[in-house]
Write a protein that binds this ligand. Structure first.
Ligand code: HEM
Length: 264
């Protein structure tokens, strides 16, 4: 004799239909369900939703305004530089005989080469402007004070590294302008007290400006500094998430009879 099947657990039983609900599930709904199921599958195995929620859902102070987007704008400029830089590196040749020719080839022959090179060139200027504006915002809003001093110091290193990126990138097209401008820049570095002469020797890769200088600038520009910037941005954003952002200074004074309230 065939025994009756045990009832399904409640969670697996189909939901009762609402009045007027049709049998047919829309493809969009199916797609949404598939998306949710995939995310759930990954989350069950990695618990990645916890750190994501920690980063994404934070309390932000009253009065947060457009000036607070300058840090994210700088981050976007950096990412754009990283992506366009990867494509340029596919065609660029860092040798004294071929560097100029390879950049000319990128501009004139490669599909979208002029566009990508232009984005990288203008993007570098945009990043420098944005990082300075972001620093000015944090300075004028007093965000460098306790407990954010370490984040300010990390920011200063990021600022210097951004300048080093511009300086080392300028030589890479290896045309007359970039060649002579870099010689001037390296010589200026050499005038610094104590470390100056060592620094200019290090940048040149010896006493003479030549092929070692170009490959040295290239490796600093596309490996060393981007790696350091990437790691420091990670530390910078960790501290922003942990400490929260500073309220605008004019709001702090409000409602406290002229006395500033300390934020913990
Ligand atoms: C690659 C360069 C940089 C990136 C990508 C970056 C990114 C960010 C982001 C996304 C934030 C949070 C949102 C905001 O307040 O705008 C932030 C906050 C902050 N940044 Fe930067 N930053 C950079 C450079 C700098 C520099 C040069 C300084 C100063 C010397 C600095 C100091 C700070 C401080 C103190 C905060 C906390 C702001 C607050 O508490 O209100 N950052 N940064």
């Amino acid at each position: 004799m065939k025994l009756p099947l045990p009832p399904l657990p409640a969670a697996l039983q189909p939901k009762p239909k609402r009045p007027g609900e049709s049998e047919h599930v829309k493809p969009v709904e199916q797609l949404k369900e598939a998306g949710i199921a995939t995310v759930d599958w990954i989350d069950e195995r990695t618990s990645l939703s916890q750190p994501t929620r920690w980063i994404m859902f934070r309390k932000i102070p009253k009065g947060t305004n457009w000036f607070y987007t300058l840090g994210s704008a700088t981050l976007f400029a950096f990412l754009s530089q990283a992506v366009t830089g990867v494509f340029l590196a596919m065609y660029y040749d860092p040798s004294v005989t071929n560097a100029y020719e390879s950049t000319r080839h990128i501009t004139n022959d490669v599909f979208l080469g002029e566009f990508v090179r232009g984005m990288h060139k203008w993007g570098s200027t945009v990043m420098v402007i944005l990082v300075c504006l972001h620093m000015a915002r944090t300075f004028f809003f007093g965000a460098y004070k306790y407990p954010r001093e370490l984040n300010w110091v990390i920011g200063v290193v990021l600022l210097i590294l951004t300048f080093v990126m511009s300086f080392t990138g300028y030589l890479l097209p290896f045309d007359q302008r970039s060649y002579w401008a870099t010689i001037v820049g390296v010589n200026i570095n050499g005038t610094g007290p104590l470390a100056g002469p060592f620094l200019s020797d290090f940048l040149r890769g010896g006493a003479e400006f030549g092929s070692t200088t170009l490959s040295r600038f290239y490796s600093i520009h596309m490996l060393l500094i981007p790696g350091a910037i990437f790691a420091l941005i990670g530390a910078h954003l960790y501290l922003v998430t942990k400490l929260g952002t500073t309220a605008p200074p004019w709001l702090k004074a409000e409602g406290s009879d002229g006395l500033r309230e300390e934020r913990v």
